[in-house]
Design a protein around this ligand. Structure first.
Ligand code: UDP
Length: 366
């Protein structure tokens, strides 16, 4: 199909990393071919329109950053709305605000001042966990036992399919803890969702770039390696090296999406279900990401699952076992001058979107 053509870069994967890199390299005058094995571009940011509502097909994506350069970059490509994530947690039928803040502490303990809240938490902290070694110790040392039991343990063990004592502390460090009445899930300076959805962002990034969907690098590896001087690889690093040291583990998600003939189902974009007995982790009501006023609504129940071949790898499991396996692949990749490994799968990293973009923009174009 591409007989006789030669490219400066072959970009394997049309997610955020691949799309941003391709955009930047094309602007530096490079000839790019981007391929993706999926039918669609944008990786897990891909959205599907259902009942005129933009549905985040691979889970809620809220862009947030404190990096002005990255914010300037994305907003130069597409306009963003003013969406601010303010999720709720539902535990045994009662609602709590997230992230953990004065509204949460009031609902839990009826405390009204930061001093009272801090006292409650201090009473519940376990002594001797100043240097937490796992997620459970980290959580209890930050917010105490009640919050750990009600809002963290069940959710986290469903999300990761592993005991909190076996998970790395950094996962929970993503969540702010505030002694103010502020329900904004993120501390970042800038936040929003592209108007028109992420597909708009991706299609603008890739304007003028040759892209082929339904095209798997591994189906025709030799051919693709010969077609370009350099490769940007955003797939799974273990697959790239033919699993020679073994397979990395991931969590994946399944979404059950339904349409309801009512304008508003839960009044908020995201409700987390933190009780281990509820099989799903979240209900997402997509129209609220864009302040939708459609007469119908679309909701998705999110079910985390262990990754197996043929499903989409979504969250790298950065525990010791997997990290040390990844490091072996990383050592190989360091020796390879003509391939850039970037993004969540190739760097086996729990990356936020702004960090992925930052990394793609700082990759060398030669
Ligand atoms: N988390 C939790 N309870 C919640 C929400 C999150 O314990 O209601 C923990 C959980 O371990 C999760 C981590 O915080 O994996 C990070 O949550 P975040 O919302 O950042 O996850 P993402 O949106 O990336 O899946």
């Amino acid at each position: 199909m591409l007989v006789g053509k030669h490219y400066d870069y072959l970009v394997v994967g049309g997610g955020l990393y691949g799309s941003v890199f391709a955009h930047k390299a094309a602007h530096s005058g490079k000839k790019i071919l981007l391929i993706d094995k999926r039918q669609t571009l944008g990786g897990n940011t891909y959205c599907e329109k259902i009942e005129d509502i933009i549905v985040h097909k691979y889970g809620p994506h809220i862009f947030h950053t404190s990096n002005k350069e990255i914010w300037n970059f994305v907003t130069s490509i597409v306009q963003f709305n003013r969406f601010t994530l303010q999720p709720l947690a539902n535990y045994k039928g009662r609602l709590y605000n997230l992230p953990f803040n004065m509204n949460t502490f009031y609902a839990l303990w009826n405390v009204k001042t930061p001093q009272e809240a801090m006292e409650m938490i201090n009473q519940q902290k376990v002594k001797g966990s100043d240097c937490p070694e796992n997620l459970e110790e980290q959580a209890i040392s930050l917010v105490g036992n009640d919050i750990y039991k009600i809002l963290i343990k069940g959710y986290t063990e469903k999300q990761w399919g592993r005991n909190c004592k076996k998970l790395p502390p950094f996962i929970i460090s993503r969540l702010p803890i505030r002694f103010t009445y502020d329900n904004n899930y993120f501390n970042d300076l800038y936040q929003g969702i592209p108007i028109g959805g992420y597909n708009e962002l991706i299609s603008r990034l890739l304007t003028g770039i040759e892209t082929h969907c339904n095209t798997d690098f591994f189906d025709n590896r030799q051919y693709f390696e010969d077609i370009a001087d350099k490769i940007v690889f955003t797939g799974r690093i273990d697959e790239y090296y033919n699993y020679k040291f073994g397979k990395l583990e991931y969590r994946t998600m399944r979404w059950d999406t339904e349409i309801f003939d009512i304008p508003n189902y839960q009044g908020v974009a995201v409700v987390n279900f933190t009780d281990a007995k509820v099989p799903y982790t979240r209900i997402i009501e997509h129209k609220h990401f864009e302040f939708g006023t459609q007469s119908k609504t679309v909701i998705s129940h999110e079910y985390p699952q262990e990754w197996q071949d043929k499903c989409e790898p979504m969250y790298p499991i950065n525990d010791d076992k997997n990290n040390s396996l990844y490091n072996k692949y990383k050592a190989l990749s360091n020796k390879q001058d003509n391939v850039i490994f970037g993004g969540r799968l190739a760097e086996y990293k729990y990356y936020d979107m702004d960090k992925v973009i930052e990394s793609a923009l700082s990759a060398p174009v030669r």
